[in-house]
Design a protein around this ligand. Structure first.
Ligand SMILES: N[C@@H](CCC(=O)N[C@@H](CS)C(=O)NCC(=O)O)C(=O)O
Length: 347
C-alpha cells in the first residue's frame, strides 16, 4: 500500500471512528479503533519525521528523516528551510541544493550562507543527503569518492549497488513526494536546482534530463565531464553495469551536447572567460580550486559542448572566480547571488 493510500485510508478511518456528535468524547469502541488506527499508521506510514528545528532569518530549518523505499528501506535525512513568508495561504517555490563528495544534508545548511537570501526571496531550500547510508555493502565506506557520501545522483545498475544506490529517483521523485505528502506550504510547480562539485554534476544532469522540470540550474565547481575525469570514471565503473559508456547518459557535457533547441533562460553575465548576456547555466569555479587544477571538473568541456550544440556564449555563463578554492568559503560567497538569480525564474 502506497503512502498516499495510507494517508487517505487514515483520513477515512478518522471520519469513521470519531463520534460525530461528541467529537471531544470518544467511546471505548472509538478508543479501541483509534488505537488500531495509530498502530497501523506508525507501522505502515513512512512519512517525514521531524528530528530538529531551528529558527534562522525569520524562517525555520527542519531536519527530517524518513524510511526511503527507493533507497532499499534505509533511513534518509534531509534539511528543509521554509522562509517566513511561507504559510498555508501562501505556498513558496523550492530550490534544491545538491552537495558534493563526503557531504551530508548538513554541510550546505550549516556553511552555505544561504538562509538570508532565501528568507528575503521567499524560497524554500531543500538539502538532501549525498548517498544512501548504512547499506552494508562491502567497500561502501572505504573511500571518500565512492559509496557513502558519493552517490553521484544516479541510479546504480550494477549489483550490489543497485539495491540501494538510487539517488536520482530519491531526489527527483521520492523527496518531492514525501514533501508533498507532508502538506508543506510549497508550490512544487516552481522548482529549481543548484549544487556543488558532485552535486553540481547532479544539478546539471537532473536539469538537462528534464524529468524534474526545474526552471533553472546553477552550480559551484561542478564535475562537468564525469566520463573524462577520475572521479566520474570511478563512480560509473563502480555503479553502472555498462561502466563509463553507460555513464554518458549521466554526463552534463554529453547531455548539453544533445540539448539542441532547448529553451534558454537569460541572466546578465559579467565574465572575462565567457562574455555573454543570456544564461541557461551559471557556473562558478574557483581558480584556487585544487580539483579544478587536477582536471576533475572540466568546465571548459561543458562550455565547448554547449556552444557546439547551438547554445552559444549567451546561454552558458562560466565565470572563473579569481583565487577562491573548492570549499564552502567559496560557496557561501556566491550562494546569495545564485539564490537571487534563481528567484527570477521561480516567481
Ligand atoms: N576529503 C577529500 C575532499 C572532499 C571534498 O573536498 N569534498 C567537498 C565536495 S567535493 C566538500 O564539500 N567537502 C565538505 C566540506 O567542505 O564541508 C580529500 O581529502 O581530498
Amino acid at each position: 500500500m502506497g503512502k498516499k493510500e495510507v494517508a487517505v485510508l487514515g483520513d477515512d478511518l478518522r471520519l469513521l471512528l470519531l463520534p460525530r456528535r461528541h467529537p471531544g468524547h470518544l467511546s471505548s469502541i472509538a478508543h479501541f479503533h483509534l488505537t488500531v488506527f495509530n498502530v497501523l499508521r506508525s507501522t505502515i506510514s513512512m512519512g517525514l519525521e521531524k528530528q530538529s528545528s531551528n529558527k534562522v532569518f525569520g524562517g525555520e530549518v527542519t531536519k527530517y528523516s524518513f524510511k526511503s523505499s527507493v533507497l532499499g528501506d534505509l533511513s534518509a535525512n534531509l534539511n528543509l528551510y521554509l522562509p517566513p513568508s511561507a504559510s498555508s495561504s501562501k505556498k513558496v517555490p523550492i530550490l534544491y541544493f545538491l552537495a558534493g563528495l563526503t557531504c551530508t544534508e548538513d554541510n550546505a545548511a550549516q556553511k552555505g550562507g544561504m538562509f538570508e537570501a532565501a528568507s528575503q526571496e521567499g524560497i524554500a531550500l531543500c538539502f538532501p543527503d549525498t548517498s544512501p547510508r548504512g547499506a552494508k555493502i562491502e567497500g561502501e565506506d572505504e573511500s571518500y569518492d565512492f559509496g557513502s557520501g558519493a552517490g553521484f545522483y544516479i541510479n546504480a545498475t550494477k549489483d550490489p549497488w543497485s539495491k540501494h544506490y538510487k539517488m536520482y529517483d530519491h531526489i527527483v521523485k521520492e523527496i518531492p513526494e514525501q514533501l508533498k505528502a507532508a502538506d508543506l506550504p510549497i508550490d512544487f510547480s516552481k522548482s529549481s536546482v543548484f549544487g556543488h562539485s558532485m552535486g553540481g554534476h547532479g544539478a546539471l544532469t537532473l536539469y538537462l534530463k528534464g524529468e524534474a522540470s526545474f526552471k533553472s540550474c546553477s552550480a559551484f565547481s561542478p564535475i562537468c565531464h564525469p566520463t573524462a575525469c577520475p572521479w566520474g570514471e570511478k563512480a560509473f565503473k563502480g555503479y553502472l553495469a555498462g561502466g563509463v559508456e553507460e555513464g554518458k547518459q549521466h554526463d552534463a557535457t554529453e547531455l548539453v551536447a544533445a540539448a539542441k533547441g532547448k529553451k534558454l533562460n537569460i541572466l546578465l553575465c559579467q565574465a572575462d572567460f565567457c562574455p555573454c548576456g543570456i544564461l541557461l547555466y551559471r557556473i562558478d569555479s574557483g581558480l584556487g580550486d585544487n580539483f579544478y587544477q587536477q582536471k576533475q571538473l572540466l568546465p571548459e568541456d561543458f562550455q565547448e559542448a554547449a556552444r557546439k550544440s547551438g547554445h552559444g556564449e549567451d546561454e552558458v555563463n562560466i565565470r572563473l572566480q579569481d583565487g577562491y578554492d573548492h570549499s564552502y568559503f567559496f560557496i557561501s560567497t556566491y550562494a546569495p547571488e545564485h539564490i537571487r538569480w534563481h528567484a527570477k525564474f521561480l516567481k
